[in-house]
Design a protein around this ligand. Sequence first.
Ligand code: UT7
Length: 341
Amino acid sequence: MRNAYISGTGGYVPPRVVTNEDLTNEYGIETSDEWIQQRTGIKERRFAEAGVGSAELGAKAATMALENAGLKATDLDMIIFATLSPEYHFPGSAVFLQEMLGLCDAGKFVGCLDIRNQCSGFLYGLGTATSMVKSGAAEHVLVVGGETHSAALDLSTRGRTVASLFGDGAGAVVVSATDEDRGVRYWKCGADGRFKDALSQRVWDIRNRPFIPQDAEGNGLVDPEIMWAHMDGRKVFKHAVTRMCEAVMEACQTTEVFGPDIDLFLFHQANMRINQYVAKQLFIPEEKLVHNIHKYGNTTAATIPLLMWEAVADGRLKPGMKVMCCAFGSGFTWGASLIEW
Ligand code: UT7
């Protein structure tokens, strides 16, 4: 039977470390290391330099994933890029990445798809890639989650609730065909559009005429209210734990693979407390959870592929292991996937 498995993983975070103290000392935000750590588990995050975007971060992660898969970029049949921080409003980051990987120069004009599903974007992408590979439509699909949050955070006291949470980075996997009895066993995504405003960065509203208000000279005027991300943190927290518990339980029931047989849980890194709460509800022992939020903050679409890359690199994630992934975020959207590595 044709299966889809993860043949290579890669990750990249920009070198500049911004600690919780730096948010106060460098940006003048009224916050504290204690507040951020207690509420979220975050100690520091990475910020990319001006001029660097999500596709560039993604290209570094993708190059590593291809190398680890023993493949060349020209072996790819498709690129899927999950991000909420694309270079432009359109086109998406996947075509930037395609060019950076040298595919245009090589005359390999593979399809490029951007996924706009925020924190669960990578799992939506993984599910799409899995279906493409299993159906025979593709042999190798690159799935990247990459974010450059630092450029679009309100790094002031006004924006501290959101700005203290997010960081930059990218993770990538190659999903490949195999006849071996392994790979992505299950994926399912969900959404609840009633909460589309609970975590959003509108920037404009296309229903308005003009879609961005203009001054007399025709220059666009964006109100800070919609320019920066807005989050009803408590509402997000409450729904995150409920939906994540449900998504993991449904995955277990459908696959008939239950907690004790699952080796690792790779949960989206929005808040250490959300993941610990979910783990407690589902009787998941702490040693089966993998975290990176303390050092990278919330890297949105990049959290799970970064966890995969690090867990493979440090030997925690090995072939044959069963891995449960789960994410929840803006939309609200969520997803779960069970992988036999
Ligand atoms: O991946 C995307 C999904 N996002 C999430 O999953 C986030 C889910 N939500 C959360 O993680 C939490 O709601 C937060 C960590 C964002 C906030 O924690 P909270 O305990 O819900 O705090 P809060 O928003 O209710 O704010 C409590 C207080 C407020 O002050 P007052 O009004 O009580 O005087 C805030 O102004 O904490 C203040 N505050 C801060 N203080 C210091 C908010 N942000 C900060 C900050 N530093 N960075």
